[in-house]
Write a protein that binds this ligand. Structure first.
Ligand code: PA5
Length: 448
C-alpha cells in the first residue's frame, strides 16, 4: 500500500486506452530490467533496496552526529553540489515551515542548515562567512568523488574558518565527511585527520543518494525524523517493486510520460501549489535530466511554482509551443490554513470569497489550471500526496526514483551514468591549468 495517488483523468483527450495496453510489454521489460538487474549498469541499483537494506550502525552514528551538532552548533554548513546537495535541500524545505531557515537563534530548537559549495560565487561565500559571524558551527562536506571543484574550494575555506575559530583539534571534531568508502581526496583527509565520516555506497549515484548519509545527516540535524522518512520509503519500495501496472502509480507515470514523449511532448514541467515544494522540483530535475537526457533523447525536465508562475509562465504554457506536458505534485492535507477575512465591505472585490479559506482558493486554482491547460493542448498528470510529513516524503522520493529509472530503460538508455556532466568539468580543469589537462588546454586555446 502507498498513500500516493497518481491521477491521469485529465489525459483522456491525449492518450487512448489501447496506447497503455500497447506500451505494457515494453514497460514490463523495462521494469524487469530494473527489478531483476538484467539492464545495463545494474550495479548502480543499490538505491532500490536502500530503504530496507542499509547499514544500521551507520544510521545510528548519523543520529548521534546530528545530536552532537544540535548540542554544539547554531549552524550546520553543508558543502556539496548536484546529487550531494539537492536531496537534503529539497527535504529540509518540504518538511519545515517556509520561514524555518530565517528564524532567529532564540526561536530555533535545532541548528540552521545552510549550503555552500553548490556554486562558485565568491560573493555567496563571503555573505555566508558574514552570516556565520560569531555563531558556533559545524561542517558536513559531501562528495562522492571527493574531487569536485565547487565543494573542494568551499571545504578549504570553511575548514580554515573552523581552525581559526576553534583550533585544529576542535575543528576536526566539527567536520563530518560523507564520501566514498575507500577512494578520493576526501577519504584520504578522513584517514589523515580522523574526521567522523559516512559512506556513499558504490552502487548509489548522486541523484539517487538522498536516503543515504548524503541526505540523512543534514535532515536529521534539522530536527526531522529520519526513521519516519525511511519507513515511508520502505513501504513504497515494497509496493512499487511488487505490484503490476494496474496498481502501480510509478509504473503508470513512467508509461504515460513515455507515451506522451513519443507524441512530441518533449518537455515536462513539474508543478506545485506550495512554495516549499520548489526544491522538490530542483531535485527531480536532476533525477530526470541526468537519468534520461542522453543519446540525443529524453524528456527535458523543467518546473513551475503555482500560482506564482501562472503570472509569468502561464501565457507560454497556455498558448506557446505545444511540446509541453505537466505533472502536478499536490498535497491533500495541508499543514495549515487561514480564512479569507470578513471585512463587511467589497472594496477589493473579493467579498464573494468570505467564508472560504486560502487552501480552498488554492484548490480551485489547481482545478481551473488543469481545465485551461488541457483545453490549451497541454496534457496534465497529478501525483497526490497525503500530507507533508517525513513518511510521505519517503514515499514520494521512492516513487520518483523508481519511475524515472524505469523510464530510462523504457527509452533505451543507461539510466545510471552521466557522461555528459564530465565535459564541462574537463574544460574547466584545462582552463584553470590543472595538471594532466595540458593537451586539452592547447586544443581549447587553438579552437577559441
Ligand atoms: O549525479 C551526479 O553524479 C552529479 O550531479 C554529482 O552528484 C555532482 O557532480 C557532485 O559530485 P560529487 O558528489 O562527486 O562531488
Amino acid at each position: 500500500m502507498t498513500n500516493i495517488k497518481f491521477d491521469t483523468s485529465a489525459l483522456k483527450s491525449f492518450v487512448k486506452t489501447n496506447e497503455l495496453n500497447e506500451i505494457k510489454p515494453m514497460l514490463n521489460t523495462a521494469r524487469d530490467e530494473l527489478v531483476n538487474g538484467t539492464g545495463v549498469e545494474n550495479k548502480m541499483r543499490q538505491w532500490m533496496t536502500l530503504p530496507t537494506d542499509y547499514d544500521q550502525d551507520e544510521f545510528t552514528r548519523i543520529k548521534k552526529a546530528a545530536k552532537k551538532i544540535q548540542s554544539d552548533s547554531k549552524v550546520l554548513v553543508v558543502i556539496g553540489i548536484g546529487g550531494s546537495y539537492l536531496g537534503a535541500k529539497m527535504a529540509l524545505d518540504f518538511l519545515h515551515d517556509n520561514f524555518y531557515e530565517s528564524m532567529s537563534e532564540d526561536e530555533r530548537e535545532y541548528p540552521q542548515v545552510v549550503f555552500a559549495g553548490n556554486s562558485i560565487s565568491g560573493s555567496y561565500v563571503n555573505d555566508l562567512i558574514k552570516f556565520l559571524g560569531n555563531k558556533d558551527f559545524s561542517v558536513n562536506v559531501i562528495s562522492k568523488s571527493g574531487t569536485t571543484t565547487e565543494p573542494s574550494i568551499a571545504f578549504r575555506i570553511f575548514r580554515e574558518l573552523l581552525v581559526k575559530k576553534y583550533g585544529q583539534a576542535e575543528a576536526n571534531k566539527r567536520i563530518y565527511v560523507t564520501t566514498d568508502a575507500k577512494n578520493g581526496a576526501l577519504r584520504q583527509e578522513v584517514n589523515e585527520n580522523g574526521y567522523e565520516s559516512f559512506i556513499i555506497p558504490d552502487g548509489i549515484g548522486g541523484r539517487y543518494s538522498v536516503l543515504s548519509a548524503v541526505g540523512l545527516l543534514p535532515i536529521a540535524t534539522s530536527g526531522a525524523d529520519i526513521d519516519e522518512l525511511m519507513k515511508g520509503a520502505a513501504d513504497a519500495q515494497e509496493h512499487y517493486m511488487n505490484t503490476s501496472l494496474e496498481d502501480n502509480g510509478a509504473l503508470q507515470y513512467a508509461a504515460y510520460r513515455n507515451i506522451l514523449y513519443r507524441k512530441g511532448y518533449t518537455n515536462e514541467i513539474l508543478e506545485n501549489y506550495e512554495p516549499n515544494l520548489r526544491f522538490l522540483a530542483e531535485w527531480w530535475k536532476q533525477l530526470a535530466g541526468e537519468t534520461e537526457g542522453k543519446d540525443e533523447k529524453g524528456i527535458y525536465p523543467s518546473s513551475a511554482n503555482f500560482s506564482t508562475d501562472l503570472h509569468s509562465l502561464g501565457q507560454y504554457i497556455q498558448q506557446g509551443m505545444r511540446n509541453l506536458m505537466e505533472t502536478v505534485v499536490k498535497i491533500d492535507q495541508h499543514k495549515s490554513d487561514i480564512d479569507v477575512p470578513v471585512t463587511g465591505d467589497n472594496n477589493d472585490g473579493i467579498q464573494y470569497l468570505e467564508g472560504r479559506t486560502m487552501n480552498y482558493v488554492n484548490d480551485k486554482a489547481f482545478q481551473s489550471v488543469i481545465i485551461a491547460h488541457t483545453n490549451g493542448g497541454v496534457p496534465n498528470m497529478v501525483v497526490s500526496l497525503k500530507d507533508q510529513t517525513e513518511y510521505s516524503l519517503g514515499e514520494l522520493i521512492y516513487f520518483f526514483e523508481f519511475a524515472i529509472a524505469v523510464s530510462g530503460y523504457l527509452n533505451g538508455i543507461n539510466p545510471f551514468n552521466q557522461p555528459g556532466v564530465e565535459d564541462y568539468k574537463s574544460n574547466m580543469f584545462a582552463l584553470l591549468g590543472k595538471p594532466g589537462y595540458e593537451d586539452l588546454k592547447k586544443k581549447i586555446e587553438k579552437d577559441m
